[in-house]
Design a binder for this molecule. Sequence first.
Ligand SMILES: [Zn+2]
Length: 204
Amino acid sequence: MNRSVHFLLLLLTGGLVSLHGDTVLAVARPRPGSEARQPASTAKIKKELFAGRVVMLRDALKRRGIKSTDEFTKLVVLERTDGELIPIVPDWRGRAFYQDKRLRNRPVELVGYRRDGVPFLQVLMIFTIDRPKSAAGTKTTNKAKPANGKTLRQYFDYWCDICSIPMYEIKQCECCQGPIRMRFQPRSLPSYLTNEPKNGDRAK
Ligand SMILES: [Zn+2]
């Protein structure tokens, strides 16, 4: 059945109204067995993989024909590969996306979680995804470049070469006050993820 016929049937039967009612109810009513009554700190956190690109919220809205004013200027969102927009909490890990434009507009896979009823993503790990620039058999001497046709997933953080300590936002080194650099390390995803990256969910 095509979509417009389906829609017409829903209208005729009043199904749309009840469908809408169900949706509203489903949002308002806590799910059976949910941990909504527990304090946030003890609620079980479901760590998932979120793939897409981090972009400025206003740009993402503009592409969808939504105009917004200056109040949104600083906000960044993950534009998921399925098109969903997920705002990012500027905490110890997510803040880097607000500070460092080099992390935006590039394919990423983020390990993180959303608490029940909270739309914001809390990021725990950042992976960047690189693809070979050309499909042709160009050889490269750099080991950090992806092999032909394969994507390269790298764990990202900031690093001080003097003190050998990682950091998660861009600033002077906590220890020596010197400059820090972006660090990319080839690494596979953690095993505790509750969702597997599907083909369609890959960062593009
Ligand atoms: Zn240092």
